[in-house]
Design a protein around this ligand. Structure first.
Ligand code: PGA
Length: 263
């Protein structure tokens, strides 16, 4: 796991957007996995800027979002469909046919989940998956206890997640209790993973998933099993890490090893 420490939210967002843009420039028809929540908003803002000012081209990009609340229509202002169009898609030149977001209003959620997995396979798999992390350690809506082999499915949300997300709704009672989410197993199949986190409230969980044991009680710790996982943290989220000095040394001395890597 490559841990990249940044000074503030803006630097975290620009670093993450830079990694996504580099992937798209290298492979214009990349398949990118996207996330919702407050954490990636700055990353999306920077990608929009790069599209407008630097010509970053999304026309051949395919996207798959991680999750959606079960029961919310795509036009509901708290649905993740709505979030993605408002905060990213409507500002870039993505082909709407290449956008995939789980649907919250489906007659047969199980069949939908199978279809979603199939679509990811048909697209050739995900090249780069962006992730946030919940204060209970979840990635997507894989709450504590989710199997590392889990696939896209319906998941019941934890009380903590409902409390955390209540800030976006009128009150806690309005937060849906179920979601459709990619599984931990689905996420681990992405060729590269990029997790971002900011804020003091994420510090304990960042320490747990980066420096603690691999456990389904902190589903983000599954990233320790991935061959190419990058974690970009803002200072407060990184404040409890014990090996900060080591991560910073690597960042500052990367050039020393470059000559051995053939890059
Ligand atoms: P947040 O949510 O970005 O709003 O903190 C992250 C998550 O639950 O994955």
């Amino acid at each position: 796991m490559e841990v990249i420490l940044t000074n503030d939210y803006e630097e975290m967002s620009k670093t993450a957007a830079g990694i996504i843009a580099a992937q798209i420039r290298k492979k214009p028809d990349s398949v990118i996995g996207l996330a919702t929540g407050s954490t990636p908003l700055g990353t999306y803002k920077e990608l929009i800027r790069m599209h407008r000012e630097d010509g970053l081209d999304f026309s051949k990009v395919t996207t798959f979002n991680l999750d959606e609340y079960l029961g919310l229509s795509p036009s509901h202002d708290q649905s993740y469909n709505y979030f993605m169009w408002e905060n990213l898609f409507k500002h870039i030149n993505i082909n709407p046919e290449n956008v995939h977001i789980p649907q919250g209003l489906v007659d047969d959620a199980e069949a939908f989940c199978e279809w979603y997995e199939e679509r990811i396979k048909k697209a050739g798999g995900i090249d780069l998956q962006l992730l946030g992390i919940g204060s209970d350690g979840h990635i997507a809506f894989n709450e504590p206890g989710s199997s590392f082999g889990s696939r896209t499915r319906v998941k019941t949300l934890e009380e903590q997640t409902i409390k955390d997300n209540a800030r976006f709704f009128k009150n806690e009672d309005e937060v849906p209790h179920f979601a459709i989410t990619m599984g931990v197993g689905t996420i681990l199949e992405a060729r590269k993973i990029l997790l971002i986190a900011n804020g003091e409230n994420k510090a304990p969980v960042c320490k747990a998933f980066i420096e603690g044991p691999i456990t389904s009680q902190v589903t983000a710790s599954a990233l320790q099993l991935h061959p190419h996982a990058m974690v970009v943290l803002e200072e407060k989220a990184a404040s409890m890490l014990e090996r900060k000095k080591y991560y910073n040394w690597i960042r500052d001395n990367k050039h020393l090893v470059q000559k051995y890597l053939g890059r």
